[in-house]
Design a protein around this ligand. Structure first.
Ligand SMILES: Nc1ncnc2c1ncn2[C@@H]1O[C@H](COP(=O)(O)OP(=O)(O)OP(=O)(O)O)[C@@H](O)[C@H]1O
Ligand SMILES: [Mg+2]
Length: 1081
């Protein structure tokens, strides 16, 4: 948001004098002093800028300041010359109004500096571009050139303008500068030949002598020493703070920029040198025969050098200094010049030469800077004219009279335009207006310029009058004509009131100027007004072989002899001032009123009396009063509302309606008395500064509250911004971190993927490779197989054609033959069909080893099968018994081996057939499975008794051998076990179940030759009997037998030889029955 400021902000004293309260001369000056002390050198009176000369450089003219004031409203910032320049430039550019900037003030008040500041500001803010910049530069650089030739050190100002300057700067419709036109007004040329004490000649003389190179000086026939030149005053040749040598370089450079050609510069310098030389020409009187003195040049060296510089003939010039030709009515009269006249002629020539050179310079500059004649240009005129001048200690002459007249005119235009503008504004805004009384200096202007009886008119009249004309006659005339004038004072005037005024010498007159009374000495008025240059001199100059001289003295051309008197200086000046005033009146004026704070050209000194004097004659108090008579302050509605809207709730913060209504609401709300303000069409007018200060005070208080509010909001905003920034940063950091983390993760995944991928690819590749290899191998194999196959095919096909096959055929054949022979041989040598036959033909060939043994095994199995297939049921039963006997006794009892070859006959006694046993047989209710004779061992002595042993399906029967009487019948279920020895004896004990009926007599100890068969059958029968348990067969060499009540141990021992080959049994004791078995059995 653009910050709205005002000149009322941070104001030192009062920025605008209109607001000064109370308004008095003292408070006015006190305010100026206060501001001056605080380096505030600018103060406004409405739109007029008062500028105090600070006499030192202040940091307020920087490019930054230019930017600050650029495009800002006039009252927006503290008072500044830039504000005025900006206002003027903008209204020229935007409103198409031609402007003029009128800078007034007395000598040394800072007019020239102000004009340069305005120009530099306008140059800085207007358009840019190569062409535009060149124009700007030329316009700005015209200043140093004109200052060098037209400024001089005076007692009042080290750089006093000794000519008036008005510069029109021309702009196009965009506001870009196109060029300019400079008008100059009456150079104070008397200074060329004579300078008052403490003053200098024009700067260029000193600059040339100090700054030019030796070479240049030599060419110009000059000496660096100032004292060598009569026209240069010596007492103040060097000025403090003025570097002539450096300034000369600046001037040369400026001339180059402005567009002077090198030869033009040279010509100009030659003329400057010629003026110096001219001053050194001195005359001496030479007595003529007619008794008159005739002047002669003392030392012709300077004349010679001067003539060389100007290309004039020495004799022509020499003659012009001695004679004067007067033409009257076609008659030429030649008179001699005395020494005084010769000096007068010399000085007149020097003054004319220099002033014409100066005018030529202005014309030349104009040529360079003039704008192309286009359609309409916008114009900004800057007027920097010599300031009002009063010399107290020495006489004021014609020059001061002219200068002060010019200032008088400017003051008049100021008064007129200021008031007119003020009045127009009230009319424009529809405000009631009553005229204000003010001092109008028109009466003084009239005294000077009136065509009939004005001082200038009378001077001209005197100059043109035939007869003797002197300054005294001129003064007499004034005394007669102007005696009654209120502003004219003279000792000898008709008005008797000045007769005793000793401050008024007889040869002087006094004018009461707007800026004070000035005493003018009449001496020199006529001469200066005539500005006479003897024709001989101008013709001599014209004859010079120097192009510039010819241009400067056109009247010297003998072909154009003009007998008419040239217009007087006063007339010319009045005429040009009249033109200037008319010109200014067509433009919108902007005023800068310069004030000099002290007479010492010193900074920080503020002399009240001096300032007061200037304030008075500049009419500044009147200016303020006029401004305040109506309304002290005015402001357009928009900025006014903008500035004070915070004072009313209805207008703060925004007023939606028209600004005027807003201001009305505001004023009503603040209860400002109605007579204190008026509403114009576009502005509100405030009558009294107090009202404005009241508004300002309220605003200041309100601003403090607003400042707190703004501070609060700002702090909040700042914290929030900070927070948001942190948040944003955090997000950025987090984002970066996440990105980093994700990147790392991604890298990890990527590398893992790459690994997996590479493995997978490797695996796939290997698989593929394998497949390809396999495929290749297959293809190779197929190729090989097919090749072999084809080979085989081919070989097979062609085998028959090859001998190589014979070997194999022979081999196969041999093998077949051997096999055949083997099988045939085997057939003939086959062993018997007996399964026990172990013989087998020897193997004929080693390679048939496997087949041979396999065949042997197969044959044996087949033979056994055959053998078995021939068995009857009975034989099969016999063999089963044999098999059972083997299972029971093999390798357990020595007797078994001898029993193997003996067939089990069972019925040894042929009981069913033998009649002897018929009875016994019939007593058997079952079929007898075994019938044999056994020995029953006597328990007492071990002797055996023969008994018949019968075995049926159910029982064992013992019967007497002789009688066949059944001795004992034991049912098989009562039989628990059978005990036998391991040896080759036939003893066996039948153990009966305890408690059974059969067991009453005790166990049976028997002996038989067919023990193996008996026990086997007994075991088989017992096993098949349905109700009997498995019969235990106990094979050991010691076992217990139950004899009636005793248990007797039967022990088998190895019998000695004395027992022979028979088995003996003896009762050893009650408990032991020893059976001795022969070892051989
Ligand atoms: N704004 C300023 N800042 C600094 N110095 C200044 C300023 N204005 C004027 N001066 C000083 O005052 C001196 C006189 O100023 P300037 O030549 O502008 O006066 P002037 O009004 O043109 O006088 P004159 O009527 O004699 O030409 C300058 O040389 C300069 O030293
Ligand atoms: Mg000046």
């Amino acid at each position: 948001m653009e910050v709205k400021t005002s000149l009322l902000d941070n104001m030192i004293g009062v920025g605008d004098m209109v607001l000064l309260e109370p308004l008095s001369e003292d408070s006015f000056i006190a305010n100026l002093r206060n501001r001056f002390d605080h380096n505030e050198i600018y103060t406004y009176i409405g739109s007029v800028v008062i500028s105090m000369n600070p006499y030192r450089s202040l940091p307020i003219f920087t490019p930054e300041k230019v930017e600050e004031y650029r495009n800002r409203n006039f009252y927006e910032l503290s008072p500044h010359i830039y504000a005025l320049a900006d206002e003027a430039y903008r209204s020229l550019r935007d409103q198409d109004k031609d402007q003029c900037i009128l800078i007034t003030g007395e000598s040394g008040a800072g007019k020239t500096e102000a004009s340069k500041l305005v120009m530099s500001y306008v140059a800085a803010v207007c358009g840019k571009g190569q062409e535009v910049n060149k124009v700007k530069e030329q316009l700005l650089q015209s200043n140093p050139v004109l200052e060098a030739f037209g400024n001089a050190k005076t007692v009042r100002n080290d750089n006093s303008s000794r000519f008036g300057k008005y510069m029109d700067i021309e702009f196009d419709f965009k506001g870009d500068p196109l060029g300019g036109v400079i008008s100059n007004y009456l150079l104070e040329k008397s200074r060329v030949v004579k300078q008052p004490r403490g003053e200098r000649n024009f700067h260029i003389f000193y600059q040339l002598l100090s700054g030019a190179s030796d070479d240049t000086l030599k060419k110009l026939k000059l000496d660096r020493d100032f004292s060598k030149y009569n026209y240069l005053s010596l007492d103040s040749a060097a000025v403090n703070g003025l570097d002539d040598a450096a300034n000369f370089r600046t001037v040369r450079n400026a001339m180059q920029i402005v567009g002077f050609m090198e030869d033009e510069v040279q010509s100009v310098l030659e003329l400057v040198a010629a003026v110096l030389k001219l001053g050194n020409i001195e005359f001496k009187p030479e007595s003529r025969c007619n008794g008159n003195d005739e002047s002669r040049i003392k030392d012709k060296n300077d004349l010679k050098e001067m003539c060389e510089l100007l290309g004039t003939e020495q004799t022509v010039l020499e003659r012009a200094f001695s004679y004067r030709t007067v033409e009257a009515k076609q008659e030429k009269v030649c008179t001699t010049l005395n020494v005084a006249q010769a000096y007068y002629a010399r000085d007149a020539l020097a003054k004319n030469l220099y002033s014409r050179l100066f005018s030529w310079l202005v014309t030349r500059i104009n040529e360079s800077i003039k704008a192309a004649p286009k359609s309409r240009h916008k114009v900004m005129g800057v007027l920097d004219i010599y300031g009002f001048e009063i010399f107290e200690d020495r006489e004021n002459s014609f020059e001061q009279f002219i200068i002060n007249y010019c200032n008088e005119k400017l003051q008049q235009i100021f008064i007129e335009l200021t008031l007119r503008e003020e009045q127009e504004e009230y009319v424009r805004e529809g405000i009631e207006w009553t005229n204000i009384e003010y001092f109008n200096n028109a009466i003084i202007c009239d005294l000077i310029e009136n065509h009939q009886n004005g001082i200038l008119a009378m001077l001209d009249e005197e100059c043109l009058r035939p007869g003797t004309v002197t300054d005294e006659t001129f003064l007499d005339k004034l005394n007669t004509i102007c005696a009654e004038h209120l502003h004219f004072e003279s000792r000898l005037s008709k008005s008797s009131k000045f007769l005793t005024d000793h401050s008024l010498p007889h040869n002087c007159f006094r004018i009461q100027h707007y800026a004070g009374k000035v005493l003018y000495r009449a001496e020199g008025f006529v001469d200066k007004n005539n500005d006479l240059l003897y024709r001989d001199l101008s013709q001599a100059m014209y004859k010079a072989n120097h192009s510039l001289m010819k241009q400067l003295f056109p009247e010297g051309n003998p072909a154009k002899v003009n007998l008419k008197r040239p217009p007087t200086a006063g007339f010319q000046f009045r005429h040009s001032v009249g033109t200037l005033m008319r010109n200014l009146q067509t433009k919108n004026p902007n005023y800068i009123r310069c004030i000099k704070p002290n007479d010492k050209k010193a900074s920080h000194i503020f002399t009240d009396s001096l300032v007061c004097h200037q304030v008075r004659y500049l009419g500044l108090m009147e200016n303020v009063r006029v401004r305040r008579a109506g309304y002290a302050f005015r402001q357009a509605y928009e900025p006014c509302l903008e500035r004070y809207k915070m004072l009313c709730k209805r207008t703060w913060p925004h007023w939606r309606g028209p600004a005027r209504e807003g201001v009305e609401v505001l004023m009503a709300d603040l209860t400002v008395p109605a007579e204190e303000f008026s509403y114009g069409r576009s502005k509100v007018f405030i009558r009294n500064p107090r009202t404005l200060f009241f508004l300002e005070e309220r605003r200041r208080q309100c601003l403090q509250d607003l400042a707190t509010l703004i501070q609060k909001i700002y702090r909040g905003w700042k914290c929030r911004s900070h927070f948001l920034l942190l948040k944003k940063s955090q997000i950025v950091v987090a984002a970066w971190y996440r990105r980093y983390a994700q990147q790392n993760k991604y890298k990890r995944i990527k590398s893992a993927t790459t690994v997996v991928q590479s493995y997978t690819r490797g695996w796939q590749a290997r698989k593929l490779l394998r497949e390809l290899k396999y495929q290749k191998r297959c293809e190779e194999a197929v190729t090989t197989i097919s090749a072999y196959w084809h080979g085989t095919q081919v070989r097979r096909e062609y085998r028959k054609f090859f001998r190589a096959n014979a070997g194999k055929k022979i081999y196969n054949f041999t093998i077949q033959r051997i096999m055949q022979k083997y099988f045939l041989g085997l057939k003939s040598t086959m062993p018997s069909m007996s399964p026990i036959d172990k013989s087998w033909p020897v193997k004929p060939y080693l390679f048939l080893d496997g087949v041979h043994s396999d065949l042997r095994r197969i044959f044996h199995l087949w033979r056994c099968k055959k053998y078995r297939s021939e068995f009857t049921e009975e034989k099969k039963a016999v063999f089963e018994e044999k098999l059972e006997a083997s299972e029971i006794f093999k390798d357990k009892k020595a007797l078994y081996a001898s029993s193997v070859s003996q067939p089990f006959m069972g019925d040894y006694l042929e009981i069913s057939k033998n009649p002897k046993y018929q009875k016994l047989n019939s007593a058997m209710d079952e079929k007898v499975l075994l019938a044999d004779v056994v020995n029953k061992i006597n328990r007492a002595n071990g002797k055996g008794t023969a008994r018949i042993f019968l075995l049926t399906k159910n029982s064992v029967v013992l019967a007497d051998q002789k009688t066949g009487q059944v001795k004992a019948s034991v049912p098989l279920p009562d039989l628990t076990s059978v005990s036998v020895s391991t040896q080759s004896d036939g003893f066996f004990a039948l153990k009966l179940k305890e408690g059974s009926a059969s067991a009453i007599k005790g166990d049976f100890l028997l002996s038989s030759e067919h023990l193996i068969e008996i026990i086997t059958k007994l075991h088989r029968t017992g096993a098949t009997a349905a109700d009997s348990e498995q019969l235990n067969i106990d094979i050991s060499d010691e076992f217990l037998v139950q004899f009636k009540h005793d248990k007797v141990c039967v022990k088998f021992i190895q019998g000695g030889p004395k027992n022979g080959n028979s088995v003996s049994c003896k009762r050893k004791n009650n408990r032991l029955l020893e059976v001795s078995v022969p070892s051989t059995v």
